[in-house]
Design a protein around this ligand. Structure first.
Ligand code: TYM
Length: 335
């Protein structure tokens, strides 16, 4: 019999388009993850039938430490709730709870050529840096394709760095449908142009691997230190500055709505120093992040409840994914 919680979510979401996205539980999420993708998750949760994943099998392409993975996964679940995702509306689940993701990846492996996957940016970057590339890292885009295609997803909200992965998911869906018969819907990326690439402290894309992040839930003291450490040039306060070339200004765009016109004017005309600009940014960023930080502290107190939410989400996702997987098995001839 269907769990009453599933039935409730199912009825509420009937007729809505389907949205899926995910975050890797590797260390702490940063404001690039938040503004680039996670904020959209919250903004869109009422309008779509949403699936949000904790991509733990993607996480182990990078780090292999079981205690850390377990902790990062629990922490990410708390983060999802603290930013405002409502488990009464959306399905929150661990990728590893639904074995169809890895099963479908194998089938995609057999359909995809190595030269095709060698064009993936993440693989090319790792190769260019002479990193040893695991088979898992090489295969990352196909696991992501399986994540998306199992759920008949319409839209995938992500930052710009994931665009190619959605294209690979579309190509893979088309290839499967051509070779074996119609099984998969083609998903669309949803990338917000203004936040497609949130810059880090050094002006490069904010990324855990570049060590230039502002963690989303950092405490106030550390937040101030990080903001004050943003890299700038050495112009004096009086000199006019091009706001589009300033790493501090790039972050003002995210949180300094009310101060924004005045800040822009003072940049262009001269009369604001980087120190003052950073102090204003800290004030606004802290005002934006503090309520989420406080909510997180409350939510983190009840880890049993969080585990239960993930368990239920896993069961719900599994019902949907297994149905698709049965069809796939039949089309492939392994049923
Ligand atoms: P991950 O954990 O690296 O990043 C999570 C989300 O944050 C976005 N992002 C950014 N957006 C703007 N500016 C930045 N500096 C920035 N840094 C990160 C990412 O684009 C992403 O949307 N492969 C995915 C996880 C995943 C997934 C999926 C996503 C696994 N399966 C299926 C969608 C659908 C990833 O690495 O996320």
């Amino acid at each position: 019999m269907d769990n009453p919680d599933f039935v409730m979510i199912k009825v509420m979401n009937e007729g809505k388009k389907i949205l899926l996205s995910g975050v890797k539980p590797t260390g702490r999420p940063h404001i690039g993850n938040y503004f680039g993708a996670m904020k959209q998750f919250v903004d869109l949760q009422d309008n779509y039938n949403c699936f949000f994943m904790l991509a733990d099998y993607h996480a182990i392409t990078k780090e292999q430490n079981s205690a850390e993975l377990r902790q990062d996964t629990l922490d990410l679940a708390i983060d999802y709730l603290a930013i405002g995702l409502d488990p009464g509306k959306v399905t929150l689940f661990k990728q590893s709870s639904v074995s169809a993701h890895t099963e479908l990846t194998w089938i995609f492996n057999c359909l995809t050529t190595m030269p095709y996957l060698m064009r993936a940016h993440a693989f090319k970057d790792a190769e260019a840096k002479n990193h040893e590339v695991s088979v898992g890292l090489f295969d990352y885009p196909l696991l992501m394709s399986a994540d998306i295609l199992l759920y008949d997803v319409d839209v995938v909200p992500v930052g710009a760095d994931q665009k190619q992965h959605i294209e690979i998911a579309r190509d893979t869906a088309e290839k499967f449908n051509r070779v074996y018969g119609e099984a998969f819907k083609l998903p669309e990326p949803l990338i917000m142009p203004d936040v497609a690439v949130v810059p880090g402290l050094d002006g490069e894309k904010m990324s855990k691997s570049y060590k230039n992040t502002i963690p989303l839930f950092v405490n106030e003291t550390e937040l101030k230190q990080l903001v004050m450490s943003i890299k700038t040039d050495s112009k004096t306060p009086e000199e006019p500055k091009n706001p589009e070339e300033c790493n501090v200004f790039a972050l003002h765009k995210l949180v300094s709505g009310a101060d924004f016109p005045e800040l822009k004017k003072r940049y262009v005309e001269g009369g604001i120093g980087y120190k003052e600009s950073k102090e204003i940014l800290f004030k606004n960023l802290n005002a934006f992040l503090a309520p989420m930080r406080e909510r997180r502290e409350e939510i983190a107190k009840d880890t049993d409840k969080i585990r239960k939410i993930l368990e239920l989400g896993g069961e719900k996702a599994k019902q949907v994914a297994d149905k698709k997987m049965n069809k796939v098995r039949e089309l492939v001839g392994v049923n």
